[in-house]
Every structure is written in C-alpha cells, then in structure tokens.
Ligand binder design. Structure first.
Ligand SMILES: *Cc1c(COP(=O)(O)O)cnc(C)c1O
Length: 430
C-alpha cells in the first residue's frame, strides 16, 4: 500500500466522502485532529495504517464484545459468505439466531431482523402507532435511538415541551409528535400523559442510557414507566441496542425484571455486521406485514452473513465469558477511580458489566442536563493523552467505554497506568 499516513488518507477521503467519513463522529470534530485510519484489528488491539497498535475501548461502538476478529466469528462469516452473501429469501441461520435471541428474552414472542438499530427503532415506532392508532411518542432527552426523523428531536425550553427538530430536514410537524422529557423523570412522563390525554402511542427509552455517557435508571423509574404506559394504553419500547447482550441476564429488562412490550436490538446481535432487530408481544408484532397492515421490508434483512456472525457471537457469550467481562469492567472502573484520586481529579464511573461511563464530575449525572454540566471540556485532552499512550477511547465525550472479553488483565492494567499519567496532566489544567 503506497498510501500509509492518516493525513494522506483523510485528504483523499474528504474528496469523495462527506467530511471524509460515513458517520459523523468518526471525523473527530469533538476532539480535534485527524482521524486514524484502521487497517486491521485482533482481540483488544486495533492497528492503524501506519502500523501503530492501540488498546481499543470503543469496540466499534459496542458490537465487538468478544474482541476483534474472533476466530470463530470470522470463520462463521467466511463460511456464510462462501455460501453466498445474500439470498433475499428465507434461510436457516435467521431462524436459528431468532431462536437464540428469544431464549434470552422472554418478552419476545416474535421478532424481525433489519439492517441497523435505526431501522429497528423506526419500525418499532411505526408499529406502536399502527397498533394503538395514536400518533405521539415520548422520548427522553439524551437518549439516542438512531437517526429517524421522529427521534432526532430535542427538548424545547419549557418544562414539558413538544420537541424541536435537532436537524434541518426534520419537519416541525414530525417533531411536534415527539414529546421530549428528562431521563429519570417519571413526573414529566406523567405530565405528558395528563396533558395529551390519550394521544401517546409509546414511550421509548434506553433502560440504561448509553449515549450521554452511561447513565443508570434510578430505582423505580423503569417500573414506573411500565405502570404508566400500561395504565394509559401506550406501549413501552426498550431500546436495548447497546445493553441487549452486555449483561448475562438478557438485557436490562431481565436484569431488572421490567418487561417492555417491544424491544429494539442491534450491535452485538450482528457480530460486527450491519444489524438491527425488533421483537416483542405477539399481538403487537402480528400487526407487522405480512401478518398485519403495518408495512416494513428489507432487501438484506436477515442477511445470512450477519445471521451467522450473530449466532457465532451469542454462542460464545457463556456465563464464563460474562464473568470475564464483569471482572475486566470492574478492574477498569477501580483503576480509573484510583488513578483519578491519586491525581486529585474529580471522576465518577458508572458501569453496566463491561460498559462504563466516565464523567469528570463528583457524582454521576441522572439526566442530560446533569451530564452536560460535567467537565466534558476536559475530554479532548483525555482522549489525545490516552491515544498518545496507546489507548483508543471514543473520539467524543459522553460515549460509553467498552471492554471486550479479549481484554486481558494486563491490557487493562496498561491502560490504567496510562490513565494515571494522563489524569495528572489533566488535574494541572483545572
Ligand atoms: C447505536 C444505537 C442505535 C442506532 O443503531 P445504528 O445501527 O447505528 O443505526 C439505536 N439505539 C441505541 C441505543 C444505540 O446505541
């Protein structure tokens, strides 16, 4: 390969790809600098086009729970690709993966695979609207559900507000059907139901919020949503695209014992291939075509390569592997906290198994406003400081940190040692 440096690749990329990337956060606008171009990855390590290795704490934003290029997963992908990447017709692997998902999620009677998390939430909303005959949706500020029009909506300025579009191209009328309330605020949801009478089709929530850092639900919050939606004839949708297979119980829903009507999945369930899925109560799912009138389709849905990758990953997510994931997550949490304490830097870590939230603050935020009030301004220096030392974290603050089963105790230890150095530099800045 003639071209090696990231600068050269980025320049070339910017001449043919919008902003040089295919997903905006990859452009490093939030941290500055030229994005790395990766050539390969194995286990816990990424290798860039210049041959430098990095300990990976992004995991492709979640899917790589076993680490990169796991030999069983790669073999399953290669074998499936050899049988043809797509039939556009039923195949055994989609049945076998659906059975494996159902085995972990008792709330799912029937499901459908799609090609992204965005498609899963989009379909879940359409289905909820079709099932209930209602138009409005409640979502939580700081929860991310992909880039659907109905969900690219932020809170307006009032206490209870109808949403305002967060992107040009989302119509005011679409945003008007989305009610945005603070995460962890049952009162706001209660108020939304009271003020709209029976217009709300569904409440969609990330049961552990993973897109404003990692923010846990407060005791009773999810249970309260369950009671409210049930009492008011609305559906409860859990977006477990991140959390679905991060915990051994089968999502946050089974870990906490709160049963949603619909569940959206993605990321891990496709083993690194493009994927999304939605599933839930039979009477709701049966409204989806071809059984019912709510339309949804996908040329590459249930794609055999994706299905094989997903099956290979789920087959390896055994209790033993979850124990390893838990141990590594706990090790990183303790190490980061100790490193920050020794540097005199305020730091809070939230953790769901092998997913962590790292906040430069004295305590964990409970919603988006509190997350934004933490010292996110320290993040670019943290990101570049860790990168220089060989650990790759997300190129944007308020993203979850992911540890994989391929991270050894030694790998995590090296990162903790780097963090000690890095935090000392940061502490000097505040
Ligand atoms: C990543 C993500 C999505 C969107 O998934 P894509 O595959 O990127 O479309 C939806 N919901 C949550 C919670 C996510 O983290």
């Amino acid at each position: 390969m003639e071209l090696r440096g990231k600068e050269a690749w980025y320049e070339r990329a910017c001449d043919c790809l919008v902003g040089g990337v295919n997903s905006p956060v990859r452009a490093w606008k939030a941290v500055g600098g030229t994005p790395l171009f990766f050539a390969s990855a194995k286990g816990a390590y990424l290798k860039d086009t210049e041959g430098r290795e990095y300990r990976d704490y992004v995991g492709s934003w979640g899917p790589m729970i076993l680490g990169h290029a796991d030999s069983d997963v790669s073999a399953a992908i290669a074998a499936a690709a050899g049988r043809s990447p797509s039939f556009g017709a039923p195949c055994p692997d989609e049945v076998l993966l659906a059975e494996a998902v159902k085995a972990r999620f008792p709330s799912i009677d029937l499901m459908r695979f799609v090609s992204s998390g965005t498609e899963a939430t989009m379909t879940a909303l359409r289905l909820a609207r079709g099932f209930t005959g209602r138009d409005k949706i409640v979502k939580f500020a700081g929860n991310y559900h992909g880039h659907n029009d109905s969900l690219l909506v932020a809170a307006g300025s009032g206490a209870l507000t109808f949403g305002v579009p967060t992107s040009p191209g989302v119509t005011a009328r679409t945003a008007d059907d989305t009610i945005v309330v603070p995460f962890n605020s049952l009162d706001a949801v209660t108020q939304a139901f009271a003020e709209t009478r029976d217009e709300i089709a569904a409440v969609i929530v990330e049961p552990w919020a993973g897109n404003m850092g990692l923010v846990p639900p407060e005791a009773g919050f999810l249970e309260g949503l369950r009671e409210l939606t049930r009492a008011r004839g609305a559906l409860l949708i859990f977006d477990e695209v991140i959390t679905g297979f991060r915990v051994p119980e089968g999502g946050v829903q089974n870990a906490l014992g709160v049963t949603p009507d619909l569940t959206c999945l993605g990321k891990i369930v496709g083993g690194g291939m493009p994927v999304g899925a939605l599933g839930g109560r039979a009477d709701v799912m049966e409204k989806l075509s071809p059984l019912g009138p709510v339309y949804q389709a996908g040329t590459l849905s249930g794609n055999p390569v994706t299905m094989a990758a997903g099956r290979a990953v789920l087959a390896k997510l055994t209790p033993d592997v979850y124990e390893t994931l838990e141990a590594r997550g706990a090790q990183l949490e303790a190490g980061l906290l100790e490193a920050a304490a020794s540097a005199g830097l305020p730091l809070t870590v939230t953790r769901l198994g092998s997913a962590l939230g790292v906040f430069f603050a004295e305590r964990a935020p409970r919603d988006l406003n509190e997350a934004m009030a933490t010292r996110g301004d320290l993040y670019p220096a943290f990101f570049h400081g860790m990168l220089e030392r060989g650990s790759y974290f997300a190129p944007s603050a308020f993203e979850a940190v992911f540890v994989s089963a391929a991270h050894t105790e030694e790998t995590v230890n090296l990162t903790i040692i780097d963090a000690k150095d890095c935090f000392r530099e940061l502490a000097d800045q505040i």
